[in-house]
Write a protein that binds this ligand. Structure first.
Ligand code: PMP
Length: 401
């Protein structure tokens, strides 16, 4: 039987009524068994991958193997990967290096803060150095705005995500990359939510830089990578300077166990990808259909566009998302991106899509993945329907006649 994780990472049977249905894969996914095994095994070994003695060479061999596994998932050369602590670092490194070319940064209003805030911080003091493109009500990028910017400005880098972490809306990056390259700009994509969830071929996708994070597709937390295309006109500007690891792009002793887990997760994701895309997409569609029929007044964000198979962002107008989530404690879901939860501000993604602040505060995100089962979806649908009903009843009672 497939198993899904319980609170605190405990893996428990999804038949146990007391346990949590985990539907927050976009915040972090449970580790794939292959990645867990490989990580633990690597932790039993000693060795700095830079050391010349046998244990050191052994660690370097494991890292080389993981690099090949990740490269196979992306269809790139292993030598084009720089291991990092995750996508936040990869995004920072990409933008920092590219901004060193001179020219402005172009990004979109729905990027993750690891891109948006990095771009704002790099260009602070020079508002002309940053162009933030808008999106429409579906979450589609303003391509006219991009063309105008590329035609009128000296652009160092265009950074547009492949898949949105809140809505799952996908971006067709090929025409964007083509236009950016024709204007002499470099192209970066934050593919954190895409890698390991949909097939990706860097031979086809004409980007210079791509960020990924292991914990979104079954590797441990705290490991990721930046793809840097060989020959890209990128000034050498590492963020972390020191011992010259990762061909000088990222100094610091390599996180061997994390990297080994990343490689194993990449291999497992690659092997199962076609099957998982279909299976997870069907589960998500079933969940959405059930909620649309049974809850009635709700709306799915980005539904008119192509989306990641495992994400649904649902607005229940008038019902505070935190109250709905509190009324369904056996489902682990999110009221926005996990990175911003805890902060009182509404989702910048939903606001950029023209949603009101009230609607943004009435939106929950359910995200599925490799270990999600049919039973999980049935239980989650029941819980959401009951939770919404509960909150409606309370609000009706407090509103009075
Ligand atoms: N970009 C996107 C689109 C994300 O969803 C996340 C994680 N929430 C990040 C970047 C940051 O990734 P990490 O946790 O590896 O730093």
């Amino acid at each position: 039987m497939e198993r899904s994780p319980g609170i605190g990472g405990k893996v428990a049977s999804s038949r146990d009524a007391a346990e949590v249905v985990y539907l927050d894969y976009n915040a972090t996914a449970p580790m794939r068994p292959e990645a867990l095994k490989a990580t633990v095994s690597a932790m039993h070994s000693v060795g700095n991958a830079s050391s010349m003695h046998h244990p050191g060479r052994d660690a370097a061999t494991r890292v080389d193997h993981a690099r090949r596994q990740v490269a196979e998932l992306l269809n790139c050369s292993p030598g084009e990967l720089v291991f990092t602590s995750g996508a936040t670092e990869a995004n920072n490194l990409a933008l920092h290096a590219a901004y060193g070319r001179g020219g402005c940064l172009v990004t979109s209003a729905v990027e993750h803060p690891a891109v948006l805030e990095t771009a704002r911080s790099l260009t602070a003091g020079d508002p002309d150095a940053l162009v933030v493109l808008s999106v429409d009500a579906d979450g589609a990028l303003d391509l006219d705005g991009l063309a105008t910017t590329l035609g009128s400005r000296d652009v160092a880098l265009v950074s547009i995500m492949l898949a949105n972490n809140e809505t799952g809306v996908l971006v067709d990056l090929r025409p964007i990359a083509e236009a950016a390259h024709a204007a002499g700009a470099l192209v970066h994509t934050d593919a954190t939510q895409y890698v390991g969830r949909l097939p990706l071929d860097l031979n086809e996708l004409d980007v210079d830089l791509l960020s990924l994070s292991g914990h979104k597709f079954g590797a441990p937390q705290g490991v990721g990578a930046l793809f840097v295309r060989r020959g890209a006109a990128l000034p050498y500007r590492p963020l972390l300077v020191g011992g010259g690891h990762e061909r000088g792009w990222r100094a610091g002793t390599l996180n061997v166990a994390g990297i080994v887990g990343l490689g194993a997760a990449a291999e497992a994701a690659y092997k199962n990808l076609d099957h998982e895309v279909v299976r997870i997409g069907e589960l998500r569609d079933r969940l959405e259909t059930s909620l649309l029929v049974r809850v009635g007044d709700c709306e799915i964000n980005g539904r008119r566009l192509a989306r990641l198979p495992g994400v649904t962002s649902i607005t229940f107008p008038g019902l505070p998302a935190d109250a709905v989530l509190a009324a369904m404690p056996h489902v682990a879901a999110s009221d926005g991106s996990a990175c911003s939860s805890g902060a009182p501000s509404p989702s910048h993604v939903l606001l950029a899509m023209g949603r009101s602040r009230e609607d943004a505060d009435s939106t929950i995100r359910l995200s599925l993945g490799h270990a999600t089962t049919e039973q999980d979806i049935e239980r989650a649908a029941e819980a959401v329907v009951a939770g919404v009903q509960h909150v409606r009843t309370i609000l009706a009672a407090t509103d009075g006649p």
